[in-house]
Design a binder for this molecule. Sequence first.
Ligand code: DCP
Ligand code: MG
Ligand code: MG
Length: 591
Amino acid sequence: MQRVRRLHRNDERLIIHFDYDCFYASVVENENPALKSVPLAIQQKQIVVTCNYEARRRGLRKLQLITEAKKVCPDAVIVLGEDLTRFRDASKVLYNFLRESIWSGRAERLGFDEVWLDCSDMVDYNMGLLNRHDLAHSFFCLSKDDPTIGFEYDASNVFGPTFPSKGLLQLSEQDVGLRLRLVLGSHLARHLRHELESQKGYTATVGIATNKLLSKLVGNVNKPKNQTTIVPPYHPLGDVEATVTQFLDGHDIGKVPGIGFKLAHRIRGYVLGRDAAFSEGLVYGATKESVTVLDVRTYPGMGPDLLEEILGTTGAPRGIGGKIWELIHGIDDTEVGMAKRVPSQISQEDSYMKYLHTFDEVKKQLQLLGERLIRRMQMDLLEDEDEGEDTGSEPRRRWMAHPRTLRLTTRPRPPPGPDGVRARTFNRISRSAPMPNYVFNLNDPATALATRLVDEALVPMFRKLHHEKAGWNLSLINIAATNMAETAAESKDSAGRDIGRMFRRQDEVLKDFRITDEPDCVDDHPNYATAVVPQKSPEQIRSEAQGEVLVADGWDTEDSDREAWERCEFCQSIMPAYAFAAHRRFHELGG
Ligand code: DCP
Ligand code: MG
Ligand code: MG
């Protein structure tokens, strides 16, 4: 009984989720419109990270090997996309545009190409303006100050495709109201998509629902350049199943946002009674055998407690069972975040297919990453003093926040065991130390600051992290500036205060730097982590503050699911690190 009460879905909100179509390819196309009509692929390492829809029509796929792509479509134009600057910049421009188009300020980015908008207030307001006797001739008002700004629409129908494709006519009273709100949301989504395309040149695939989880998932139903709304009944009505349940039930458990790779793998294993086999394609951790939400939801005895039992040993925070139980029922109360003036941490990392054996190699990588980190800190954390005064001279810049902690993380490959086979663990280990003050010096060039940071801080940290003198076999190095202390004078009302200014400032700062080629950069792919907010133990927090060794647990924190790529020595295919163990087994079995 208690469980039923716990599973109450809040349907008061209206959330719109955007996922830009073939994002990196669209950025390149917008720079060079001639590319719009040809098959275009964006390359990172040996992989097509994305391609435009013309290329997809000709058989190219995301995450395909370049060699394969060239075979499938020899005349594809391939553009190198390892320097993320242009993608990061475009992402910020589009984010700002969307954020300024809504009222609540609640606009949250996920990675570079996804944005959630909380449009509850706009929909509430426009519900109040409806003439219930003439819904077909409605006007959606976009400004509280000026009733003439907005667009005409037909509020008697949802705009665009719905899930399920044919809505139910008989609804409960509660669902009638909800349906109307979703109708308004769908027309607002159409308007926003149209503005994004006509003013910025980008198309997006959009989902409309009452929370972040459902809006993100339902957007995928009709791609590209389209939108989908989950329509009621959101609640079971007599024999009729709730559409939300019907929708989620068809998804593989790992597809539910918030259920990351490790959790999904654990749940699959439990439901199948054995380890789920990986597919040979090994793209994105797909498995051969799909375990759906329906399989999990209806498994005998399944509920928050059993899920807690299954997942408790993964190092997941307590209460994970209840959280996952809610997610598979489409319940997600997480707020769409407000824009933050300063990021909570800044990091730079690189993954390595080749071994980093010598000290010189490691040091060179530390220098590269250190330099990038300092440049990013300057871009993201500096603001102009005396803004608005046009004195003609260069504005003075000041730090909006100082990261207090410097963290060095590596991911060692363990040595081969007695049988010659290398066990695959993907644990990161890290060490933190106070951020030295000299990195905030704006008179010295970033290169010089990085050299000092490497010699005086990073190398000593590396030595403590890796006692062995040589022969490290690292697949990843990450350097992060964390533990932000916002500068007091500016912290008043700072959340979301003037993000536009921040981005303008960043653009200016950017101009001052000759952005050299930044190969292999894999940052800025944050993870949607509703369910998996990692909780640090008091020991961890303490040791971090004191600069003691921190050994990462199996539970990847903010970097989880952020793939690093590994190359198989046998067949040379490249795949996310987590898929490697299964791939290795595939060869062992004679594959
Ligand atoms: N990306 C990346 N590495 C990955 C996955 C994605 O660099 N492993 C980049 C390239 C994409 C962008 O992130 O352009 C967004 O990822 P999506 O999965 O949303 O893919 P696209 O936007 O390219 O295509 P779609 O139209 O399918 O959304
Ligand atoms: Mg995306
Ligand atoms: Mg996309």
